[in-house]
Design a protein around this ligand. Structure first.
Ligand SMILES: *[C@@H]1O[C@H](CO)[C@@H](O)[C@H](O)[C@H]1NC(C)=O
Ligand SMILES: *[C@@H]1O[C@H](CO)[C@@H](O)[C@H](O)[C@H]1NC(C)=O
Ligand SMILES: *[C@@H]1O[C@H](CO)[C@@H](O)[C@H](O)[C@H]1NC(C)=O
Ligand SMILES: *[C@@H]1O[C@H](CO)[C@@H](O)[C@H](O)[C@H]1NC(C)=O
Ligand SMILES: *[C@@H]1O[C@H](CO)[C@@H](O)[C@H](O)[C@H]1NC(C)=O
Ligand SMILES: *[C@@H]1O[C@H](CO)[C@@H](O)[C@H](O)[C@H]1NC(C)=O
Ligand SMILES: *[C@@H]1O[C@H](CO)[C@@H](O)[C@H](O)[C@H]1NC(C)=O
Ligand SMILES: *[C@@H]1O[C@H](CO)[C@@H](O)[C@H](O)[C@H]1NC(C)=O
Length: 828
């Protein structure tokens, strides 16, 4: 009791503050890591750390069903959608303009992106002086914000992320370094046991474990001048029936030397948890909260009090316990506030490690003095762990750290860049013979204005890089890395041949499987497409678009490296191979997936992107048969606002080409819709889009299919292997969708979004299998199919295999020259 009075008098005397002056932080760094766009949360702008394409953004699909339970939405789920990934020690560095306490907040939400499974990341985060997180493992499906309060007494503050697990992976989604008022953490808390002053708080790191608005609502960062989050207390309360929450509608008084508006928001002081009122003076019960903590640490425990329940000073007397220690007996708040009511105060205690076990139990109970009614309140509570984790600090000093940085975003490395660098370094050290030819420890990943500096041999505990903030796209891989990954472009590793060149299977040093597309260096057209594709793909991130992992333009090479798609092209699963047939449902899911990818291309960016070469050979399947749209070599960004189309030389693949585009040479998104309609037919019928071996009216699948669709008898040409499993309603809707896509004029065709919706509906119809009348329809398809099959067999048999290979070549080629030849051959 005396201790408290003394400590309060001390801060009454020492601190004189203007409670009306809003606090403006001197240092304020808000960074949306791994993002290429700034993110505004409330009144704060989180700056994109680098406008590099190497950022990791999970597609909206991944995030849609993610649980953000542990983080209030006002933290901004937007901040959790990108991450900066580190595969070796790397750091951020900040210029500090005002020494003193700063909040350092680290945002984490592990997700899976391409080959990076952030859930399996284990890492440490340290500053030059302390370890903040040691072997930290973010929990799957939970977004967390770790908050630390540090007294920074250096001009440059460096935060280093050190991967410590296997795979070597660290990440961060967003971070803040913000000044806090110096008087927020006073240096005179009382130690719980044995009771004495705790003197050394000023140097110590505090990690926020709990911050609770007792009896009040949750407070979000944008309602707190220091952007803190205050939780509600119900989930910590043991006997909720013994207490009630109270709300005070008057103004809270801030006394000089007491709590300030920065100590806690007003809503914390104007709400409280109070002992449930009883009318007996001898009721004996405690209200207790329980908090899980780590044992063996010191904790700073701050109580916020404000007597919003008493009618007169001196009415309220109660006991406060931490664990089982009575830290304040017969506490009379009015003695701390010069007998003024509704006045904000706080009291700090330190629970030392030898008294701290895995729970902190806070209780308030009625005073045992005779003349007072049982009562007691707490308005707010903060539990902060003193001193960060133990462990050794790692400091990766960014090169060229100087005093006069504006904002230094040093050593922020895109995941893939780091992977690359690691591989290259490894390669250099292991294969000395290559060192001569590729003597740089890594290839700078810059295209325009980006710089990277080698410090590879300078520090033993890590490597540092600096990147500018004006980079544009891509991450370069060295030729040597790709040589190794593809077994020196082994012909046996070729998985595809296209107009652009050969595609090889490859395995990077970290065992990531990749598809390596090596262009023919002589083709100028190829060069344009090469750049289009790098630029487009590095801007686009979507679950249903094949991701670009890197590229190589060393020595006139044009090599694109993509994520490896285990199951190959959709086309290969439809015909021309001995792969088992896909079920109707699998086919629909693939169509829906690719429609999503195309829909994103058309609408996901400010300017629509037209694929221009939609075909079954450009729809790839991963090991789970998830469809991804590939091959953006021909893509064009869509019309400017004042135009409705893009004029361009006709390009695309024969058999899929929009007749209107061909006639008018004007490109719109609807050309992709047409081609997609042809793909839908292909999926249904499982035959090539152009098959010159067939009778004339059957050669062109689009024409042939539309003929049957217009007669309402599409079931006649369904792939016989699955005909029996298709519900007629589902087929009918599917046929209608195709018909709309293949409309002669672009304006009559649906948007990709509508197509997507329709396909989802088709899938629903297929899955609702209750109606009995439909059973008959199924039978009908089964009966009819053999006939169709006969026609096919009859027509194909005499022609033989030579033709078949020619067909395959045609639909795989995407060049305008080939196209013009084909027009002639069709005219014959
Ligand atoms: C993001 O914010 C920073 C600082 O406010 C500004 O310099 C930069 O231009 C912004 N970037 C974008 C992409 O808006
Ligand atoms: C996401 O959640 C919604 C509703 O909670 C559900 O309808 C939808 O099927 C879920 N999507 C996935 C991909 O799980
Ligand atoms: C990611 O890693 C976690 C833990 O290592 C594992 O449980 C999970 O299945 C992995 N997810 C994927 C998609 O690989
Ligand atoms: C920060 O540390 C310095 C040096 O130890 C000390 O002088 C200063 O008072 C501290 N500031 C705070 C807010 O604790
Ligand atoms: C802040 O809190 C007040 C009352 O507690 C509420 O009316 C207001 O909407 C809150 N503001 C925000 C931005 O949450
Ligand atoms: C007040 O006391 C009377 C008798 O002791 C009891 O019946 C009644 O329930 C009490 N009221 C409250 C609100 O506890
Ligand atoms: C309240 O809690 C303290 C500390 O655990 C204990 O000593 C005291 O006996 C409790 N009082 C009642 C009435 O349970
Ligand atoms: C906390 O850190 C300070 C200096 O940073 C050190 O003197 C003190 O012993 C540490 N305390 C604990 C409990 O680790």
């Amino acid at each position: 009791m005396d201790e408290i009075a003394v400590s309060c008098i001390i801060f009454l005397l020492i601190f004189i503050r203007c409670s009306q002056c809003a606090f403006t932080p001197t240092d304020i760094y808000l960074i949306d890591c791994g993002s290429s766009t700034n993110t505004t949360i409330g009144n704060r702008v989180f700056v994109a750390d680098v406008s590099l394409s190497s950022t990791l953004t999970p597609s909206s699909n991944n995030l849609a069903n993610t649980s953000f339970d542990s983080v209030p939405s006002t933290y901004g789920t937007a901040l959790f959608q990108n991450a900066r990934v580190f595969t070796m020690p790397s750091s951020y560095s900040f210029q500090i303009n005002a020494h003193g306490r700063h909040f350092v907040r680290l945002y984490f939400f592990p997700f899976v992106y391409a080959s990076f499974n952030l859930t399996s990341a284990t890492f440490s985060v340290s500053t030059q002086d302390v370890v903040l997180l040691n072997n930290f493992q973010p929990q799957a499906n939970s977004a967390v914000v770790k908050e630390f309060s540090l007294n920074i007494t250096r001009d440059t503050f460096i935060l280093t992320f050190v991967p410590s697990g296997s795979p070597s992976l660290a990440f961060v989604n967003a971070l803040e370094v913000v000044s806090v008022p110096d008087d927020l953490i006073a240096d005179t808390p009382t130690v719980v046991d044995p009771s004495r002053k705790y003197q050394v708080l000023s140097d110590q790191v505090l990690e926020t474990m709990y911050r609770v608005n007792m009896g009040g609502p949750q407070v979000f960062p944008n309602n707190d001048t220091l952007w803190r989050t205050w939780d509600t207390d119900q989930k910590f309360l043991l006997n909720s029936q013994l207490s009630k929450s109270v709300l005070y509608s008057g103004n809270i008084v801030y006394m000089q030397g007491g709590a300030t508006e920065e100590t806690a928001p007003e809503i914390v002081y104007s709400t409280a948890r109070e002992l449930a009122s009883t009318n007996t003076s001898n009721a004996q019960f405690n209200v207790t909260w329980q908090f899980d903590v780590d044992a063996n640490s010191n904790y700073l425990i701050r109580f916020h009090f404000c007597d919003i329940v008493s009618k007169a000073a001196g009415d309220l007397l109660f006991n406060v316990y931490i664990n089982t220690w009575l830290v304040a007996g017969d506490l009379d708040l009015s003695t701390l506030t010069l007998r003024s009511l509704a006045t904000a105060v706080y009291i700090d205690y330190v629970l030392e490690a030898n008294d701290a076990f895995s729970k902190i139990i806070i209780s308030i109970g009625p005073s045992t003095l005779n003349n007072v009614l049982p009562d007691g309140i707490v308005n707010g509570l903060e539990i902060m762990k003193i001193n960060g984790s133990v462990g050794s600090t790692t400091v990766v000093t960014p090169p060229g750290s100087k005093k006069n940085f504006v904002i230094i975003l040093a050593v922020i490395l895109g995941a893939i860049i780091v992977v690359t660098v690691a591989i290259v370094l490894y390669l250099v050290f292991r294969k000395k013979k290559l060192a001569k030819q590729y003597s740089k420890p890594w290839v700078p990943f810059s295209i325009n204005g980006l710089t990277s500096h080698s410090t590879g041999s300078r520090t033993s505990n890590g490597t540092a890089f600096t990147v500018g903030v004006n980079g544009n796209f891509g991450y370069r891989l060295s030729f040597a890395v790709l040589q190794e990954a593809t077994n020196n472009f082994d012909e046996n590793w070729v998985i595809g041949v296209g107009g652009f060149g050969k595609v090889y299977k490859g395995v990077l040093r970290d065992e990531t499987k990749v598809a390596v597309k090596r262009g023919n260096p002589k083709s100028q057209q190829g060069l344009n497409e090469f750049h289009t594709e790098i630029e487009l793909l590095s801007r686009l991130r979507h679950r249903h678009l094949v991701s670009l992992i890197g590229y190589c333009d060393e020595k006139n090479e044009m090599i694109l490296v993509y994520e490896y798609m285990e199951k190959g092209t959709l086309k290969s699963h439809l015909y021309g191979s001995d792969l088992p047939p896909l079920s109707w449902k699998q086919r629909l899911e693939i169509c829906i997936g690719s429609a999503r990818g195309l829909h994103y291309l058309h609408t996901g960016q400010a300017k629509a992107i037209i694929h221009r070469d939609v075909k079954s050979a450009n729809i790839l399947l991963d090991e789970n048969l998830l469809a991804k749209v590939a091959d953006f070599g021909l893509s064009k960004t869509g019309p400017e606002l004042d135009q409705t189309h893009v004029s361009t030389a006709v390009k695309g693949s024969f058999g899929y080409l929009d007749p209107e585009y061909f006639r008018r040479q004007q490109l719109t998104e609807k050309s992709d819709v047409y081609s997609f309609g042809v793909v839908l037919l292909e999926v249904l019928c499982a035959r090539p889009v152009i098959d010159p071996t067939l009778p004339r009216e059957m050669v062109n699948l689009a024409e042939w299919g539309m003929k049957w669709q217009k007669r309402g008898e599409l079931e006649h040409i369904v792939d016989s292997r699955i005909a029996g499993s298709i519900w007629l309603e589902s087929l009918k809707k599917f046929g209608e969708t195709i018909e709309k896509c293949l409309a002669d004029s672009g304006v009559e065709r649906p948007s990709m979004g509508d197509v997507l919706w329709n396909l989802e509906y088709v899938l629903q119809l297929q899955e609702t299998d209750s109606s009995i009348s439909e059973v008959n329809s199924i039978n009908r398809i089964i009966e009819l199919s053999p006939q169709v099959q006969n026609i096919n067999t009859l027509a194909t048999t005499p022609v033989g295999e030579i033709r078949t290979s020619a067909i395959n070549d045609l639909s795989d080629v995407s060049m305008s020259k080939v196209f013009s030849q084909l027009i002639k051959s069709e005219g014959r």
